[in-house]
Design a protein around this ligand. Structure first.
Ligand code: DGL
Length: 255
């Protein structure tokens, strides 16, 4: 039994959608969540810069005594996961757009992959495309993350943006939409309204958290409780970012 916390990080609030799943699936574990609000967005920055921020985030979580790390961000995973695993010996769990499960769904429609520009351009996704992307359409979604950061999970701004982003695909037969950025599951209900009711909306959150659970067991790092404690940290000073993270977790739990 290992009572040390599991560290999560993202560029901002998005990874809280993964944390929310972890609290549900791994109730004996405690967590530290770091939002790198000062350096958001990761999705449009040069990869070398995102690598530097990711290294700093992991170091901060190690300094807090974390026993494992979840990179709760598709972009940071694409940029930094392989490098960080080569440098460190603790379990590092990453994320990728859930193209594999989406492509394996029955039916002959297309799979729309919504993610950041970086995630879709980097080699990790390119190799995923080679294996499972026969029917995939990558869709960079600049601006969506900003709506989540502003707490706008529905309403005019996000709907206008989604209208513009999805308009070119309205005549396509889309069988699944992959939410390939951890901010987007917060918008799931709003995004669903732009597609027929039988379109599957898939994210990688549950798979990531199950993988975390497996790794903790394998490495003898699992805790037997009491769990459920979350400490929020931000790279931005002041109480406001922490308050926003707490609010977002509450919204996730009530969704
Ligand atoms: N939440 C992050 C992801 O999963 C990206 C958001 C950003 O652009 O910073 O890709």
């Amino acid at each position: 039994m290992d009572p040390r916390p599991v560290g999560f990080f993202d560029s901002g609030l998005g990874g809280i959608s993964v944390l929310g799943e972890a609290l549900r699936i791994l109730p004996n574990e405690n967590f530290i969540y770091f939002g790198d609000t000062l350096h958001i967005p990761y999705g449009d920055k040069p990869p070398q810069e995102v690598l530097r921020y990711s290294r700093d985030a992991v170091q901060l979580l190690l300094d807090q005594g974390c026993k494992a790390i979840v990179i709760a961000c598709n972009t940071a995973t694409s940029v930094a996961a392989a490098q960080l695993r080569a440098e460190l010996s603790l379990p590092i769990i990453g994320m990728e757009p859930a193209l594999k499960p989406a492509s394996l769904l029955p039916g002959d429609g297309k799979v729309l992959v919504m993610a950041t520009r970086n995630t879709l351009a980097l080699p990790k996704f390119q190799s995923l495309m080679e294996r499972f992307g026969r029917d995939a359409i990558p869709l960079p979604c600049s601006g969506l993350m900003e709506c989540v950061e502003a707490g706008e999970l529905s309403g005019e701004r996000v709907e206008t943006l989604l209208e513009q982003l999805t308009a070119p695909y309205q005549s396509e037969n889309i069988k699944a939409v992959v939410l390939g950025c951890t901010h987007y599951p917060f918008l799931k209900k709003t995004i669903a309204r732009f597609f027929p009711a039988d379109t599957a909306l898939i994210d990688g959150n549950l798979g990531t958290v199950r993988q975390l659970g497996r790794r903790l067991q394998e490495e003898g790092l699992a805790n037997c409780g009491p769990g459920g404690q979350v400490t929020f940290l931000s790279s931005m000073e002041g109480g406001e970012p922490i308050r926003q993270m707490q609010q977002m977790l509450a919204r996730w739990k009530n969704a």
